[in-house]
Design a protein around this ligand. Structure first.
Ligand code: HEM
Length: 407
């Protein structure tokens, strides 16, 4: 059977598609969603297939703001809104203000104890999580076809360095001590990102480049959101576990909780947000693993990421080092898709000494079995990657895009 695109399915299925009733044989990317809402943070839900659910409230509102020509004024006003507890700026359109007042509220299941535990976890583990968000999650996003295409053809695709800083803002904010407190910034960042995603849903379908490359009508469905979510906390946790970083249950539960809240604040419906790591891993297996694949757009984005390191630290963060790190963190298959060559020296160092390096850093092992210079080199790599990823992130304001990538 010819590959049925999502666009074809929508056409063929009409409104049926909207209720997830399509169950014909489909390619991996379009497999029916069977993950049950009973595993979600609220334990219940309508069970609609999230490939056909977007964010109607935000999408209708932002489409209208764009059509009314209000976005430039709104972006200017929102630059002054930076803290979670800060009142919204005066002068926002009434419909946007009403939406944002609601969207900035944490859900009833937000747990202040876990939020405080996460602040402590991030304080101790921020170096690892920061590097993993920036690098493992960042590189993984290039092999999530729908995300790679959406990023490449949207406004931000024209300036990847700026886009990375903007995305890093969320990775930075979620790891701060006061992420969800009144003087923190994570809620602001999530609400602004929710608006930016709504704009992309309105704008991207109009891009002639994207129309030719993507097999979907409206990007960033709820299913896509969860796929990308797994490239963040699920992938980070997988690496921390693989590195044998000591992980008490309270730490991992707290880390998960901050990401459950992030999902909610980004507009993901509660019924799709996993309640536990067991549920998260089972959902990732179903929705992330089967969709990973190379695309021309993703390969170009990966190359930009691999080359960006050298513009920030020409000495250490060469394409070679970052290529080896990608292979080490994401495996041979993904490295192969991205045409990353094998670098025997760095691949060998990482495979042999990264485990002991973490063990010594964590006090689990007393003596590092390799040369001291290798230990310090790894320490430096961690710090430099974190710096490269976060440079400029703090001061960024996420804006509602008005155009697509013109190139
Ligand atoms: C924008 C995070 C899911 C595509 C952004 C921004 C952040 C962000 C922080 C603002 C940065 C910027 O404006 O460049 C996230 C998180 C996600 C998620 C945490 C899931 C948990 C997705 C998915 C797609 C996507 C699933 C596509 C399939 C985009 C695009 C932009 C954007 C195209 C706008 C870039 C522009 O300004 O042109 N996202 N995102 N995102 N995101 Fe996401």
């Amino acid at each position: 059977m010819d590959k049925l695109s999502r666009r074809d399915m929508l056409r063929a299925g009409g409104t049926l598609g909207a209720f997830g009733a399509l169950s014909i044989a489909t390619p991996a990317e379009a497999r029916v969603w069977t993950w049950s809402p009973s595993g979600s943070v609220v334990g219940t839900g309508a069970g609609l297939d999230p490939r056909w659910v977007w964010d109607p409230e935000a999408d209708t509102l932002v489409a209208s703001l764009i059509d009314r020509g209000e976005v430039p004024r709104v972006n200017t006003l929102l630059r002054t809104w930076t803290k979670n507890g800060q009142p919204l700026p005066a002068g926002l359109p009434a419909d946007l203000k009403a939406f944002m007042e609601k969207a900035r509220q944490l859900p009833a299941w937000a747990d202040r104890g876990k939020i405080a535990a996460a602040a402590d976890f991030n304080n101790r583990r921020g170096l690892y999580t920061g590097v993993l968000y920036g690098f493992a999650s960042g590189m993984m996003s290039t092999v999530i076809p729908k995300e790679a295409r959406a990023v490449y053809y949207s406004q931000g695709g024209a300036d990847m360095k700026d886009r990375i800083s903007k995305t890093a803002k969320l990775g930075y904010d979620i790891g701060t001590r006061n992420a969800y407190d009144a003087d923190g910034e994570m809620i602001v960042t999530c609400v602004k990102t929710r608006l930016a995603h709504a704009a992309v849903r309105h704008l991207l379908p109009k891009s002639p480049h994207w129309q030719g490359a993507a097999d979907e009508d409206i990007p960033i469905s709820q299913a896509d959101m969860m796929v990308t979510w797994h490239s963040l906390p699920t992938t980070v946790m997988k690496n921390l576990v693989a590195w044998k970083v000591p992980m008490p249950a309270a730490d991992s539960a707290a880390f998960l909780h901050t990401w459950q809240l992030a999902a909610y604040m980004l507009g993901i419906k509660e019924e799709y947000i996993p309640a536990s790591w067991a549920e998260a891993n089972s959902q990732a297996k179903q929705v992330l693993d089967p969709v990973l694949a190379p695309t021309p757009e993703g390969i170009k984005l990966a190359n930009i990421l691999l080359e960006l390191g050298a513009t920030i630290d020409a000495g250490l963060l060469t394409k070679r080092v970052l290529g080896s790190l990608t292979r080490f963190m994401l495996g041979d298959e993904i490295a192969g898709w991205l045409s990353i060559p094998r670098y025997p020296l760095w691949d060998g160092l990482l495979n042999t000494f990264w485990g002991p390096f973490i063990a010594v850093r964590e006090g689990v092992l007393k003596v590092f079995p390799g040369a001291d210079s290798t230990y310090w080199l790894f320490d430096e790599v961690l710090r430099k990657v974190l710096l490269a990823y976060l440079s400029g992130a703090q001061k960024i304001s996420i804006e509602i895009p008005l155009t697509n990538n013109p190139n």
